[in-house]
Write a protein that binds this ligand. Structure first.
Ligand code: FES
Length: 576
């Protein structure tokens, strides 16, 4: 009896006529789409969770992809139903797309659980759409496969590669120092976005695509295929076929997302030179599925891993080059000595077996493990009185000479103050200063915006200064670079020491010894603490209010505290 119950599809709780009235209701309304009877007779029902939106340009092609997934589901004997969830584009959303990651995860979770689904395909692309949907799916824990939407084709401007995102960070310097005109800018805009897809640097979207492939949540080789390459459509179709089998095998997320899979992802993120945002999203996913992962793990496991991929912003190539060179399977194969090769993946096979035949076709883009581009990459986690719960820095995107640095703080109390004063010729700042930005953490902004890579003051740019030490409780776009300390926890707005820093204070950054320290004596710190007043919230109604009251700090993944963990797929009450 027990065995029979386990074999029964979840969707049959809706469609099986044990209770004629509710089965009638559940089936009848679905029939208005022309649904034949056999759709309700034990075929796996697959939800295609689509983050398509024209306001999320990176995901604007996903409506088409859903059709390929549907084809695959039908071919394998399943029944597909596409449904929309909250979509988040980095470019247009204010105050920052990150504010809505947890909201979208909630939307995803509840849509999956509330509906008669046996398995799920997540269609994702722009930065937050991948972690948000994976987080939500983890809290239900059905068989789930991810189809990453794929990067845009390489940007090309006047014969040179132009990386989406990364070029933006060079724009100010180009306009101020290289005679870059408005016409040049218009031309560069279209050159850096010449096809459908997400940013084609190793920014956060590409990092997230590599993350889900490393975790085993995609079919092999999924991450790097460009959005417009016909092989991406094939991948979508094959993923549709595969999810039906995953349902039959009951290969749910918790069987794939083991501690070993997370360790593989951390190591592979280091090898590809992935974004610092990886840390915050992977921790949030681990929190949902119930795998113990802490901030230090990212340093312990990842920071000694060599950099094997030469992509912007750390290097010079783009995702299309990465795909042509063999993509993530080559990196996984090169990294086999460091990985849990037995970790199971969405196709039911171990990650090592999936990728063992991968060959590199361009060693300028993907290095062999014996001749890496950098010996130690990954993300360093810093501690000290300025970041008792941790802070992160990406050494491969930083200036080596600045990794041990002592300088005087130049403090910007808010992002508005920074924008108003950074280019003021009277601002007292030089290349040895440490730029400090407050109020951009999860609660302070709110949503922990990607403003941590503050632009260098104009007067220093004119002198040829390209990098400075910058610290904040915010994040940085994965397309950005520089000696930038991020994710300082606790954040300034809740009383972290960062909130007490004053211009002129000495700050010591010592990445080799993993230290970030404010050199101010204790008596002075106590005095400042006693006088400190928390800043007024920027938004305190609706979702923003819920968010700021319940969001966790960066070192825990910035999930809402009540969303951590999972409720599973059971719903005992019906609407009728
Ligand atoms: Fe969507 Fe970069 S803006 S991936």
């Amino acid at each position: 009896m027990e065995k029979e119950h386990k074999k029964k599809l979840r969707s049959q709780d809706w469609f099986d006529p044990k209770d004629e009235k509710s089965a009638f209701i559940h089936r009848s309304w679905l029939r208005n789409q022309g649904t034949p009877n056999d759709y309700f007779e034990g075929r796996p029902v697959i939800g295609i969770c689509n983050t398509w939106s024209e306001l999320t340009p990176c995901n604007a092609h996903l409506r088409d992809f859903a059709e390929f997934v549907k084809k695959g589901v039908l071919e394998a004997g399943g029944v597909p139903f596409e449904f929309p969830v909250t979509s988040m584009g980095e470019i247009l959303m204010r105050p920052t797309a990150m504010l809505f990651r947890n909201l979208a995860s909630m939307d995803t979770e509840e849509c999956i659980r509330a509906n008669p689904l046996d398995g799920v395909v997540l269609l994702t692309g722009c930065d937050k759409t991948t972690p948000a949907t994976v987080m939500g799916a983890c809290s239900v824990d059905l068989p789930t496969i991810v189809v990453p939407g794929g990067p845009m084709l390489n940007g090309k401007y006047k014969g040179e590669r132009i990386g989406s995102g990364t070029f933006v960070w060079q724009l100010k310097d180009k306009i101020k120092n290289e005679g870059f005109t408005h016409e040049d800018q218009i031309e560069a805009e279209i050159c850096s976005a010449r096809s459908a897809g997400h940013c084609m640097t190793m920014g956060t979207a590409s990092t997230m695509a590599c993350m889900v492939e490393s975790l085993g949540l995609t079919l092999p080789g999924a991450a790097a295929i460009p959005a417009v390459d016909s092989r991406k459509k094939v991948l979508a179709q094959l993923s549709g076929r595969r999810i039906v089998e995953m349902v039959k095998e009951d290969l749910k997320l918790s069987k794939i997302l083991t501690r070993e899979a997370f360790e593989n992802a951390i190591k592979l993120n280091a090898a590809v030179g992935g974004s610092t945002n990886f840390v915050i999203h992977l921790q949030a996913i681990a929190g949902r599925i119930g795998v113990d992962l802490n901030l230090k793990d990212f340093d312990t496991l990842g920071s000694k891993i060599p950099l094997l991929v030469n992509l912007m912003p750390s290097g010079k190539f783009l995702m299309e080059d990465f795909f042509d060179a063999g993509g993530l399977p080559v990196v996984i194969n090169e990294m086999k000595e460091h990985l849990y090769n037995e970790a199971i993946t969405a196709n039911g096979k171990p990650i090592g077996e999936n990728n063992k035949k991968a060959e590199c076709y361009n060693y300028e883009v993907i290095a062999s493990i014996d001749k890496p581009f950098i010996e130690e990459a990954g993300i360093a986690v810093l501690y000290g009185n300025l970041c008792e719960n941790g802070a992160v820095i990406k050494p491969s995107a930083a200036t080596p000479e600045l990794m041990s640095h002592r300088g005087k703080a130049v403090v910007f109390e808010t992002i508005e103050e920074f924008l108003e004063t950074v280019d003021n010729p009277d601002l007292e700042i030089d290349e040895n200063s440490v730029m400090v930005l407050k109020g951009v953490g999860p609660i302070g902004y709110p949503g922990m915006a990607e403003v941590g890579n503050m632009e260098i003051p104009e007067k220093l740019l004119k002198r040829g200064i390209k990098d400075m030490v910058r610290i904040s409780d915010g994040r940085m776009s994965g397309t950005a670079y520089g000696t930038v300390v991020l994710h300082i926890s606790p954040e300034s707005s809740i009383g972290g020491l960062l909130g007490l820093v004053q211009s002129g204070d000495d700050i010591i950054l010592d990445v080799p010894n993993r230290k970030l320290h404010l050199e101010v004596d204790d008596a002075e710190i106590q005095k400042r603490k006693a006088a400190w007043q928390p800043p007024k919230p920027h938004m305190d109604r609706g979702y923003n209010s819920l968010y700021t009251k319940t969001v966790q700090q960066a070192h825990l993944g910035a999930d809402l505290d009540f969303l951590v963990g999972k409720s599973g797929d059971k719903v005992t009450r019906d609407a009728h």
